[in-house]
Design a protein around this ligand. Sequence first.
Ligand SMILES: Nc1ncnc2c1ncn2[C@@H]1O[C@H](COP(=O)(O)OP(=O)(O)OP(=O)(O)O)[C@@H](O)[C@H]1O
Length: 434
Amino acid sequence: MAASATPRLADSDVVAVAFSGGLDSTALLHVATRSGARVLALHVHHGLQPQADEWAVHCEGVAREFGAAFACTRLSGAPGRGDSVEAWAREGRHRALHDMAGAAGVDLLLLAHHRRDQAETFLLQAMRGAGMAGLAGMPKVQWRDGLCWARPWLEQPRELIQAYAEQHGLRWIEDPSNGDARFARNRLRQTVWPAFPSAEAGLAQAARWAQQAEALAAEVAGDDLARLATLERLDLAGLAALSPARASNALRAWLAPHTAAPASLVERLLTEWRPGATLCWPAPGGELHAYRDGLHWAEAAGTFPPPSAVDLSRPGLHPQPGWQGAWLVEPASAGIAPARLARLTQRARAGAEQFQRAPKSALRSLKKACQEAGLPPWRRGGPLLFDAEERLIAVAGLGMDARAFADQDELQLALSWLDDSALPQREGPAGTTA
Ligand SMILES: Nc1ncnc2c1ncn2[C@@H]1O[C@H](COP(=O)(O)OP(=O)(O)OP(=O)(O)O)[C@@H](O)[C@H]1O
């Protein structure tokens, strides 16, 4: 991605306008510059069309004419074979707009989407069988990664914007790809609006209803999940006691941070589970497990890492990247002598290990010990820690083997395992359309 130097304008009265050079964003840039605010026009050169260089020059000229600062980024690369050109361009554009606004220190970005864009989005989503979130279309205001994406004209008819542009003698670009019938949105434009010229308002209103329904469903799911779930476990018995629509709503909300579950999977989860059943469903990026009446998410584990040497003789958090978790080492009154933790071998469970939970408890097979501790089957693979004499020291999810405990008068360290999901997470991306 090549970017022209973005002017740094950090100031509370500066707004950025996503400026394609088309009719709508030209009118929006014009209005913004006349509002008294300082304005930064941001243009993305997709590098897809032969005229794109001329458009960037045009946009810079118009921005200067209106008294706005200007920045442009040229996207690098190209859509992969079989990828949607529109999706590739949208994703690159979002990133470029976000980065340019960030570089300028601006936190408000205006987009010129209007009522007809919203109506088209609603129709396209409906034709794909979208749920409420898709039918809700584009939000008017949305904070994402520290930038506020705002669409002030989302409820304005296109004709009004066109009339404004003509009245002020504005010049704008006509993108020939807007007429390309290979793109679904263009086909829809060419067929629906001539046949149903007044449908725009109704469809945009339908999107607003969907936004409201979506907000309500999120509220109900929030209440249900507060009673029935943690991020790690959803109470399936409690879920089954809800009405079908409410159960599906709560289930989808619980699944969302873990996996993009298709509707068919949500349906299967709701119909196939029976009290007490141990079940597993493959899902994008991992697996869902029903175990002891709880639903659990397990990331695709892949193969276990090979045995490795680890030194846990110092207190602190020791991440084990291949194992998606970390050993936490803390001083304790019942634990293991540090010297013994200096040369450990970490490896996956082999099958024949034995484990002693507490000093006076019986020695058990590791499988039995896992069952007794309620450690679910998909978390029993390890890692396991062994000392230099190949004696079992600790098992992730179970804890330390009591046979490894140090004598009372020695300095002792306790080991416990933390899954990555229990460690502080970074925020995930959210979707929008520009
Ligand atoms: N290349 C781009 N550079 C900067 N912003 C863009 C670009 N393309 C689209 N946008 C922003 O997204 C909005 C919606 O995009 P869309 O593709 O519907 O518009 P357009 O047909 O390119 O132009 P316009 O909406 O200005 O008539 C634009 O109004 C503009 O704010």
